[in-house]
Structure formats: C-alpha cells, structure tokens
Unconditional design. Structure first.
Length: 243
C-alpha cells in the first residue's frame, strides 16, 4: 500500500466505563463479579490481544473477585448498541471510536477533524496530557458513560477499487465513513459523497459497488481483509490524511 507522507488520519479508540458499573449485572461461580467487555474487531486484532492482556492481569491478581468476559466481532451488537448497553449497566466496557462519542458530546468531534495533528508524535503528546484528555472524558459523564483510556489503532487511510494519488482523486466518489457529522462534513470538503455505514458492512459494500472506497486504518486491510477487495480490483495505492 503506497502512502503519501504529507497525509494521514489518526483514529482514537476510547474505552468507556458505564457510570452504573457498581451495579452487578451477573456473577460467576463462587460469587465473582463478571466484567463484560465488548468490541467490534476480530480476535487477531491488537485491540482484542490487549484486552486479553487486561483480562489476564485482573484475573491473576483478583481472580477470586472478578471474571473478565470479552466479546469480539460485535457479538453484542455494533458500537452504538453496545454503548447503550453500558448505559443500562448490562455491559461494563466498550471499545469504540471517538466518532461514536459525538452523539454524547460534540466535543469528541475534534478527533474526526482532518489535519488536526501534524504527525503521530504530536497526537501522542496531546493524548498523554491528562489536562486535555480529562476534560474530554468528563464531558459525557451526565450521559451515563465515561472514557477511561485510549488506544492508538494506526493511521487512517482512504482505500478502494481505484488508486488514489491525491485528495483530488476522491472527488465524486461514494466513500464509507463512520456515522459522524464531522466525518460527513470532511467528505463534503473533499467533494466526495459520504456514506455513513457500520464497520461490518464495508467488505460487502466494496465488493458489490455500493461504495467506491472506505476510510479506515491499516488493520482494516489486513485483519478484517478489506485488502482482498482492493487486490481483486487491481489497486494498491491509498491516500493518508493527518487528522
């Protein structure tokens, strides 16, 4: 996949903790508290691997009190539905993109703005600053969810059934974006057609031509196999946009 170093998109992934986490939605054998975690990635994805590490750490030290259950591949529904489950206390943690949080507070839309960070180092410097991130995390507390951390899931790219050399090549195309007002406005700025769509629908949409391209990080091309569609179309180039 060819990249343009002057471009790139950073995806922020936030881990949500329901404010009703003190409610006990279930107990394991022996009266242990079940901690339920949901995410939409396959089990080979780094996010799932990281969560398994978290599970091992908790259970090795507090196994007499807690059992951690991880639901991958959107088994409990897409991120929107999973977030609603955290509000009711049925789930304890959800991993989702910052764009999912825009519905709870528009402050999260800053992470969907193109060209916000000049490079990955600048992004990491901002995210490591608790004075900045705590203000964002606390902004949704009245909605029943609270961000407690973040993942760097890689650099976001545009990829599809034709090669992209510059942003101008996106004009007139139907491009999948995460359901987010800021992402839709970004596509409008690029003179492209935004198609808000759930992540699980993208592979088939690329195959059948419902969309011409998508916008995501490198793992979408590998662990989720969107690259198979790109390869079948004979394309390998993509555009990166610093966000």
């Amino acid at each position: 996949m060819k990249r343009q170093k002057t471009l790139g998109i950073i995806l922020v992934l936030v881990l949500m903790l329901t404010l009703t986490a003190c409610v006990r939605p279930g107990e394991a054998a022996g009266g242990r508290r079940i901690i339920r975690i949901s995410h939409g990635q396959p089990e080979a994805h780094p996010i799932h691997i990281a969560l398994n590490g978290m599970k091992e750490e908790i259970e090795s030290k507090l196994g007499d009190k807690y059992e951690v259950q991880i639901y991958a591949n959107g088994l409990l529904g897409d991120t929107k539905n999973a977030l609603e489950l955290t509000q009711t206390g049925a789930l304890d943690f959800v991993v989702g993109s910052a764009s999912n949080m825009e519905t709870f507070n528009p402050l999260y839309s800053i992470f969907s703005m193109p060209y916000l960070f000049v490079n990955e180092d600048a992004y990491h410097e901002v995210m490591a600053n608790d004075d900045i991130t705590d203000k964002v995390y606390q902004s949704t507390i009245n909605s029943g969810v609270l961000s407690v951390g973040w993942f760097d899931a890689g650099t976001r790219n545009f990829y599809g059934t034709k090669p992209f050399k510059t942003v101008d090549d996106l004009k007139g195309l139907k491009i999948r974006v995460q359901p987010s007002p800021m992402n839709v406005q970004m596509m409008q700025a690029f003179d492209a057609g935004a198609v808000p769509m759930g992540f699980g629908e993208v592979y088939t949409a690329l195959q059948n031509g419902t969309i011409d391209a998508a916008e995501n990080n490198e793992f979408a091309l590998t662990s989720v196999k969107h690259g198979e569609v790109e390869a079948a179309a004979g394309t390998s180039d993509s555009v990166r946009i610093i966000r």
